[in-house]
Design a protein. Structure first.
Length: 186
């Protein structure tokens, strides 16, 4: 599979996640995005659609993991992202209604694994991710994701904190997909 195809899969996965989550925000009655987690969208009438959102997110993360492996990036990066993709996929299948603890743990593990890759990627001295923009975007996205999560429930409403973390991850995935597709990989 070519890098551009994988980048396209990642981009489509991000778009699917955004489209479904935004649509559910608009059509679920009584849902308060400031205080409720996105996973709670699965508890409403159209909640089954959230499986597709998690599937899109898992596909995006998995596509980046495969892209890294194809181009000889360190195996650890692909394994971490592969684990994150698997956790996102399982989180879509194991909803809050089935097991809140398992679902929450899977989402948390997926974010931690992706956050580790955000930190490690610029440090790998890869030509495609070694300039100052790669450091700023990768570490900045990771810092925003971790900071929002850490401040959630105390300084920032939990629902807002989760959305900021998700946006940081989606932005980073889009940036990495764009970099891979740009043909900068030697």
């Amino acid at each position: 599979m070519h890098t551009r195809s994988l980048s396209l899969i990642a981009g489509i996965g991000v778009a699917v996640f955004l489209a479904i989550v935004i649509a559910l925000h608009l059509i679920q009655p009584g849902y308060d995005p400031r205080t409720q987690f996105m996973s709670e969208l699965a508890l409403g009438r159209f909640g089954g659609l959230l499986v597709g959102a998690f599937g899109g997110l898992a596909a995006a993360v998995a596509a980046i993991a495969v892209g890294f492996r194809i181009h000889g990036f360190p195996l650890l990066l692909s394994l971490l992202l592969g684990g994150g993709a698997f956790c996102f996929l399982l989180a879509g299948l194991i909803t809050l209604a089935l097991s809140a603890q398992v679902h929450i743990a899977l989402v948390a593990i997926a974010f931690v694994l992706c956050g580790l890759v955000m930190y490690l990627l610029p440090r790998c001295n890869l030509s495609i991710f070694s300039d100052w923009r790669a450091y700023a975007l990768s570490w900045g996205s990771g810092l925003l994701m971790c900071g929002a999560t850490g401040l959630g429930g105390s300084v920032i409403a939990e629902g807002i904190a989760q959305r900021v973390s998700a946006i940081a991850l989606l932005f980073w995935l889009s940036f990495v997909a764009w970099r891979l597709a740009a043909g900068s990989v030697k």
